[in-house]
Ligand binder design. Structure first.
Ligand code: NDP
Length: 614
C-alpha cells in the first residue's frame, strides 16, 4: 500500500492541524453535554406536536382489534418493512403514523430547499421494484415525498394505516401473548408483533438558550416550517419575509439548505453559528436518459453496495456514484480486509481526511469575500465528526449585504434571548422571527428519544434497559421484549445512505417474523447470552471509532463530546466492519437456518422463563 502523495507535499503541517482541531473542540465542549438541549415537551411541546400539514378528520372513533403486526411509524422504514412483510405473504400489518400521511422525515421536513444530500439513485428505496427513475442526481423534498406515496400505492399499504395518531404505550401481555398497544386517540390493539420504525430524526430539539421563552416574536423549528408566516414553498419564494429581520440558529445540514432561501428573501438575516459545517460542492444535474435506459437488473443494489464499500474504504474497482461523498476515495488508502485496523493505514487515512478538509477550507476563501466571515466559516475537525454538507449557494449567501454571520463559538452558542431578539457577546440582535435549525433527538438516550412507554416481560421497560447504554441482539431486538423489533441505527451496520441500512433491516425482520410463524411459534426473543455476546462484539469492534469520536468537535455524532463507557456511545455504537459486512453477517445468519441467538416459544410450551428480564 502506498500513500498517493508524498507527505512533504501536503501544503499543511499535520501536527499543527491536529493541535488546531483539539483547541477548536475544547472551546465548544459544554459540561451539560446533550442535556443542554430543550426537549419538545411540556411548555415546548408545540415544537414537536404542531403539524402544519395536517389534513383529514380531527375526531374519529377509537379502533380496538387484534392484529398480527403493528408497525409504529410510516416513514421509509415503516413502509419498507411493511412492504417486505407483504412480500412474504403477511397481510395483516397495520401502520400507525403521527403525521396525516406517509413520509416520516420527508413529511415533516418541508423547509425551503429541503433536499436529500445523498444521490437519489441510491437513496430512494426500491426504484427497480417501482420502476421509477429520479429526475435529478439529488432529489428535492417534493420528489422524495411523491416516491413515498408511490411505495405506499405499489405495496397496497394505504388499506391498513392510521394517520394522525401516536402510539403512547406498548405493554406485553403474557396471557394473550400479544402487545397491548394504546394510542393518543384511545385505540387499543392486541398485536402479535410490534415493529418500531420511528426513525432517528422524529423529535425536534431546541437549543437551551437562557430566556428562550421570553422572545415575543415568531419562533419555529425547521421541521415544522410555517409557510403561512414566510410565504413561498419548498422551492423558495419566501416573499412575506421581505420586511422581516430573521435569525437562524444552527448551521448543520438543514441550515445549509435553508439559509440561501431566507437570505434571498428576508430584509435582514443573522445566521448564528456555533460550529461551521464542512460545505463541499453539490453539482446537481438532471438524470441522463441514456444512462437510465441502459440499467441492468440489480443496478440499484450494486450501486448502493458500491457507495457503502467506498465510504468504508473497502477496495472497489470503480466508483459508481462519483460525487463529493465518494471523492475522498482519491486520497484514501484502502482497508486491508485481513487487517482492518492497521495503524499505518489509519494514520494515512487521517492525512487524507486532513487533505479533504484543507480543500474545503480553501474553497471558503475562494467564495466568501468578507475575511472575518470566511475565517469563521472554516471547519476545523475531521470530516466525519459532523454530517458533511454539500451546497453551491450556501457560502455565496454570506456575500449578500443583508446577511450577517454571527460567530458564537467563544460563548459556546447563543448567549441568551430577550423579548426583542438574540444576544451574543453582549450585543442584542433585534429580530422579528427566530428559526431553530437545531436538529433532532438523534442519539440522545431512550428517555428522550423514545416517548413511547415500552413495558416488556415482568414490567421491565426499554427506558430502564437502555440506561446508560443500548443493549440489543443484531441491533433489532432485546431480551425480555418478545415479538418486539426495531429498525434504525444502533448496534448494527450504518451508512450515510440511511435507506440502504433500512432496506437490509426490513428484509431481515420480515424474514424473522415469517419464520416464527412458519415454525408454529407464538413468541420470539433473543436469549440473554446472545444479546450479551452481540453487545461485546459491537464494543470490541468499535473501540477505534469511539476513540475517534471522543476527539471530535461536539455534536450528536459523539453525544456532544461525552462518549464512552457509561456516558452513551452515540455513533460509536455501530458495527465496526461496515454496513456491507453487517449485511453479509445477517445473510449468513438467515442461510444457517437455525435462528441462532433467538429463542422460539411454542404454544403450550413455555420455552422461556416468564420472569422479569434482568
Ligand atoms: P444538527 O444537529 O446537525 O445541527 C444543529 C445545529 O444547531 C448545529 O449547527 C449546532 O451547533 C447548532 N446549535 C445547537 N445549539 C445551539 C446554540 N445554543 N447556539 C447556537 N447554535 C446551536 O441539525 P440539522 O437539522 O442540521 O441536521 C440533523 C441531521 O438531519 C443531519 O445531521 C442529517 O443526518 C439529517 N439531514 C439530512 C439531510 C440530507 O440531505 N440527507 C438534510 C438535512 C438534515 P454545533 O454544531 O456547535 O452543535
Amino acid at each position: 500500500m502506498t500513500y498517493p502523495q508524498d507527505i512533504q507535499d501536503l501544503g499543511f503541517d499535520p501536527e499543527a492541524v491536529r493541535a488546531k482541531y483539539a483547541s477548536e473542540r475544547d472551546r465548544r465542549v459544554r459540561r451539560e453535554g446533550a442535556e443542554q438541549y430543550i426537549e419538545a415537551a411540556g411548555a415546548f411541546a408545540r415544537y414537536g406536536d404542531d403539524d402544519p400539514h395536517a389534513r383529514g378528520e380531527d375526531m374519529r372513533e377509537p379502533q380496538k382489534e387484534d392484529i398480527e403486526v403493528l408497525v409504529v411509524g410510516g416513514g421509509f422504514s415503516g413502509l419498507m418493512v411493511s412492504a417486505e412483510l407483504r412480500k412474504h405473504g403477511i397481510e395483516d400489518v397495520w401502520i400507525v403514523e403521527a403525521g396525516s400521511d406517509f413520509g416520516g422525515t420527508w413529511y415533516w421536513n418541508r423547509y425551503p430547499g429541503a433536499q436529500c444530500d445523498i444521490e437519489s439513485y441510491i437513496y430512494l428505496p426500491m426504484l427497480e421494484e417501482t420502476g421509477y427513475i429520479p429526475k435529478e442526481k439529488y432529489a428535492y423534498q417534493p420528489e422524495i415525498y411523491a416516491h413515498v406515496q408511490r411505495l405506499a400505492a405499489h405495496f397496497g399499504l394505504r388499506d391498513r394505516v392510521i394517520f394522525r395518531t401516536r402510539v403512547t404505550e406498548l405493554r406485553w401481555d403474557e396471557e394473550i401473548v400479544r402487545w397491548r398497544v394504546t394510542t393518543d386517540r384511545g385505540d387499543a390493539f392486541g398485536a402479535r408483533f410490534v415493529i418500531n420504525a420511528t426513525g432517528p430524526a422524529d423529535r425536534p430539539k431546541l437549543p437551551g438558550i437562557p430566556g428562550i421563552e421570553s422572545f415575543s416574536g415568531k419562533m419555529f423549528h425547521t421541521s415544522r416550517w410555517d409557510y403561512g408566516y414566510t410565504g413561498g414553498d419548498t422551492s423558495g419564494g419566501l416573499r412575506k419575509l421581505a420586511d422581516k429581520r430573521v435569525a437562524i440558529i444552527g448551521t448543520g445540514a438543514t441550515a445549509i439548505q435553508v439559509v440561501p432561501h431566507v437570505g434571498q428573501a428576508a430584509k435582514q438575516l443573522y445566521v448564528f453559528q456555533r460550529t461551521p459545517s464542512s460545505v463541499d460542492v453539490r453539482g446537481n444535474r438532471p438524470t441522463d436518459p441514456e444512462w437510465a435506459a441502459n440499467l441492468n437488473r440489480g443496478w440499484q443494489r450494486e450501486r448502493q453496495d458500491n457507495f457503502n464499500a467506498i465510504m468504508n474504504r473497502e477496495p472497489v474497482a470503480v466508483d459508481l456514484v462519483q460525487d463529493m461523498w465518494t471523492d475522498l476515495i482519491k486520497y484514501m488508502p484502502r482497508r486491508d480486509a485481513a487487517r482492518p485496523f492497521d495503524k499505518q493505514a489509519a494514520s494515512w487515512a487521517e492525512l487524507a481526511d486532513m487533505q479533504k478538509m484543507h480543500e474545503i477550507r480553501a474553497r471558503v476563501d475562494t467564495i466568501v469575500t468578507d475575511r472575518f466571515a470566511a475565517e469563521a466559516l472554516k471547519p476545523w475537525y475531521p470530516r466525519y465528526c459532523k454530517r458533511p454538507t454539500f451546497h453551491d449557494d450556501y457560502l455565496p449567501t454570506f456575500n449578500r449585504p443583508n446577511v450577517t454571520l454571527i460567530d458564537t463559538s467563544d460563548t459556546r452558542g447563543v448567549e441568551r434571548m430577550t423579548p426583542r431578539g438574540v444576544v451574543v457577546d453582549g450585543i442584542e440582535y433585534e429580530v422579528d422571527c427566530i428559526i431553530f435549525a437545531t436538529g433532532f433527538e438523534i442519539t440522545t438516550g431512550a428517555h428522550r428519544k423514545l416517548p413511547i412507554s415500552i413495558v416488556g416481560r415482568g414490567g421491565s421497560t426499554i427506558a430502564e434497559r437502555w440506561v446508560p447504554d443500548l443493549s440489543t441482539f443484531h441491533g433489532h431486538s432485546v431480551h425480555g421484549f418478545p415479538n418486539w423489533f426495531f429498525l434504525g441505527g444502533g448496534q448494527n451496520g450504518l451508512s450515510a445512505n440511511y435507506t440502504s441500512v433500512l432496506a437490509a433491516q426490513a428484509e431481515h425482520l420480515a424474514y424473522i417474523v415469517k419464520e416464527v410463524r412458519d415454525r408454529g411459534a407464538i413468541a420470539v426473543q433473543p436469549t440473554r447470552e446472545a444479546e450479551t455476546e452481540w453487545v461485546q462484539t459491537i464494543r470490541a469492534l468499535a473501540t477505534a471509532a469511539v476513540e475517534a469520536y471522543a476527539a471530535c468537535t461536539p455534536g450528536y455524532y459523539n453525544n456532544e463530546g461525552q462518549i464512552g463507557e457509561g456516558k452513551g456511545r452515540a455513533l460509536g455504537e455501530v458495527y465496526g466492519p461496515g454496513l456491507n459486512a453487517f449485511n453479509r453477517l445477517l445473510k449468513a445468519w438467515r442461510e444457517d437456518g437455525t435462528m441462532k441467538g433467538l429463542q422460539l416459544e411454542m404454544p403450550g410450551i413455555t420455552a422461556l422463563p416468564r420472569t422479569a428480564a434482568a
